[in-house]
Design a protein around this ligand. Structure first.
Ligand SMILES: Cc1ncc(C[n+]2csc(CCOP(=O)(O)OP(=O)(O)O)c2C)c(N)n1
Ligand code: SF4
Length: 224
């Protein structure tokens, strides 16, 4: 396993390890293609023993659905941050979900644009302080999975989990991949950790996830 490029305490590698475990258990490691968006997700390029494909910011969903059309037997995973998914990439993600494209989208929600220094994202919570909301973000956050629930077709699967619940992460990822195998769209959002931009120590990082994020972003199965 190559040396991790993620910061100490980051949530990305935890989500990726859960994904790796599920792919291994399902015997799909060789069939999987992990598409990476721009942002800290790109640090996964050589992290798992799966083929990866680097895309432009916000364009991982259309790229991976094109890959799926070209290679229907592959397991196509579009892996992106909340900024890449719900801001610049939202139009592509929304229409892929509406058309029931058989791919699996993985969204890492750390409530900010982490790679560029912690600026506000669509998921930034009311009152949250960031470099671009120093007095606290005045708006409400965007709930991508809940919006998609209303436009997906029967058979699609949408869920939200958190990186401090390994059993739930693995269960939801497995169901999402099975959904893709059955020919439908799936998305799992992961509530993640970014101690570097949150400026939190270990205990406070988990506290932010449990006490600030989980009451705002409810974990569980949302569609399917
Ligand atoms: C078209 C384009 N606009 C802006 C950027 C600059 N940029 C690089 S990473 C990033 C933020 C990524 O945030 P997010 O998608 O939430 O992922 P995270 O880093 O938090 O995992 C931005 C805006 C870019 N690379 N390309
Ligand atoms: S900046 Fe945040 S999201 Fe990016 S690698 Fe570091 S801890 Fe992880």
């Amino acid at each position: 396993m190559p040396e991790a490029k993620f910061c100490v305490g980051c949530g990305h590698p935890i989500a990726l390890m859960a994904l790796n475990k599920v792919l291994d258990e399902m015997g799909l490691t060789k069939k999987a293609v992990l598409g990476l968006d721009i942002g800290c997700s790109l640090l996964a390029w050589n992290y798992l023993p799966v083929n990866t494909f680097q895309t432009h910011h916000g364009r991982v969903t259309p790229t991976m659905l094109a890959f799926k059309r070209a290679r229907p037997g592959s397991i196509c995973l579009a892996y992106a941050g909340d900024g890449g998914s719900y801001a610049i990439g939202w139009q592509s993600l929304f229409h892929a979900a509406r058309r029931d494209e058989p791919i699996t989208v993985i969204v890492i929600n750390n409530t900010i644009y982490a790679m560029t220094g912690g600026q506000t994202a669509p998921t930034t919570m009311h009152g949250e302080k960031t470099p671009t909301s120093p007095n606290g973000y005045p708006d409400e956050p965007f709930h991508g999975p809940e919006i998609l629930k209303d436009i997906v077709k029967p058979g699609a699967y949408i869920a939200r989990t958190a990186v401090n619940d390994m059993a739930q992460m693995r269960m939801f990822i497995k169901k999402a991949i099975e959904t893709q195998q059955a020919g439908h769209f799936s998305l799992v959002e992961f509530l993640s950790l970014c101690p570097v931009n949150w400026h939190t120590n270990g205990p406070d990082t988990l506290k932010f996830l449990e006490e600030n994020m989980k009451p705002v972003f409810k974990v569980g199965e949302i569609a399917g």
